[in-house]
Design a binder for this molecule. Structure first.
Ligand code: AN7
Length: 357
């Protein structure tokens, strides 16, 4: 028997025909994408059953979040144009991803992060990949305002999702879900921060349907954290505040994309409290062994509510995107786990005592 090599070389190579690339585009890739779609039966059973839930585990991308899909395209297009410096504002994941892809493209990367408000793992990534890391005394929205202003000078390439190719790359996750399920889901749940991803998913599901590759389009259900829910509340939030630091955003750049996805798909944009987020965060780790960061648990908190309110018809196929890995935010994990290690002497008896034997 001969083995046929079948290597995954990232989302640009795999979905090139849906993306704004040509043979002249230098592909800067870390083999992102092709993340697992994991069925979470125990979580569903805990909610009383009645539907299928599939989690797209985007935390298994090269920098441990979904941002790599958009960043491979943004940095490749920047390289095609001969850019030397990329810049972004970030609650942490965009900066980690930009830093990694820029390193690979031999570009300088500058990241603006809200001081003291990003998870430890994400800070470690930006520093480790060698980005010029600037902590702003202000929030994400202030950092993005500065990045927009710097972008207008023409001296730097902005790789936030206000750069339209970021959205183009991120839509590949919708394609993968359809490819992996063999159909489009009935409902797709996701967190909403700057609202780039909800915009991207809806575009992806629409394009696959228009290409005749799926027979339906899902209803898009997005969730914000209650302390940072400008779209639900109907106005920008000056001082957003949530434990889900990734989505602590008061003035989303793709606001219209989010409301459009909701309207066109007969969807819903709601908000959930930090307490609900942390409950879902801990629950999915313990029911199904899936460790995500708090922002990624936001759609699960929304799903718990929807299931309770009877909004999910029996037999539905539901997908949810787990946007970032749990190891990104060890502080919140250790606080939320509500347990500490038992410290004992190095003897069998001591361990048996802890085990209650
Ligand atoms: C884990 O990194 O905005 O609604 O600067 O990191 O497309 O913004 C992160 C966003 C969800 C929200 N889950 O996605 C950033 C940043 C995680 C995230 C979101 C983010 P968008």
């Amino acid at each position: 028997m001969q083995l046929t090599p079948k290597r995954w070389n990232g989302v640009i190579e795999h979905y090139a025909r849906f993306l704004p690339v040509t043979d002249a585009t230098p592909v800067i890739s870390l083999s992102e994408g092709n993340t697992p779609l994991i069925r979470a039966d125990n979580f569903v059973a805990a909610l009383g059953g009645g539907f299928e839930l599939w989690l797209k585990y985007e935390g298994l991308n090269p920098t441990c979040s979904f941002k790599d899909r958009g960043m491979t395209l943004a940095v490749s297009k920047a390289a095609e144009r001969g850019a030397k410096v990329v810049i972004c504002a970030s609650t942490g994941n965009t900066s980690a991803s930009a830093a990694a892809y820029a390193a690979r493209a031999k570009m300088k990367c500058v990241v603006l992060i809200p001081e003291g408000k990003i998870a430890l793992g994400k800070l470690a990534q930006a520093l480790m990949y060698g980005a010029v890391t600037v902590s702003i005394r202000g929030n994400f929205d202030a950092a993005l305002r500065i990045v927009r202003e710097l972008g207008e000078t023409g001296l730097v390439e902005v790789v936030n999702s206000i750069n339209p190719v970021r959205i183009e790359g991120q839509k590949t996750a919708a394609f993968e879900i359809c490819d992996q399920l063999g159909r489009a889901p009935d409902f797709h749940f996701l967190p909403v921060g700057n609202a780039g991803n909800i915009t991207a998913y809806w575009r992806g599901f629409k394009e696959y349907h228009a290409a005749g590759l799926t027979d339906r389009r899902p209803r898009i259900f997005g969730f914000q954290a209650a302390g940072a829910a400008p779209i639900v509340d109907g106005h920008p939030i000056t001082h957003p505040c949530t434990v889900a630091s990734a989505i602590n955003i008061g003035h989303p750049a793709s606001w219209a994309g989010a409301t459009n996805a909701c309207a066109e798909s007969d969807g819903f944009i709601g908000k959930v409290t930090d307490e609900e987020i942390l409950t879902a965060y801990k629950m999915i780790a313990r029911t199904d062994g899936i460790f995500v960061e708090p922002a990624s648990a936001t759609p699960l908190a929304g799903l718990i509510r929807c299931a309770r309110e009877g909004r999910i018809p029996t037999g539905s196929i539901v997908t949810a995107i787990m946007t970032g890995h749990g190891l990104k935010d060890p502080d919140t994990a250790i606080r939320t786990a509500g347990a500490e290690p038992f410290v004992v002497d190095a003897t069998r008896e001591a361990v048996m005592q802890v085990m209650g034997l």
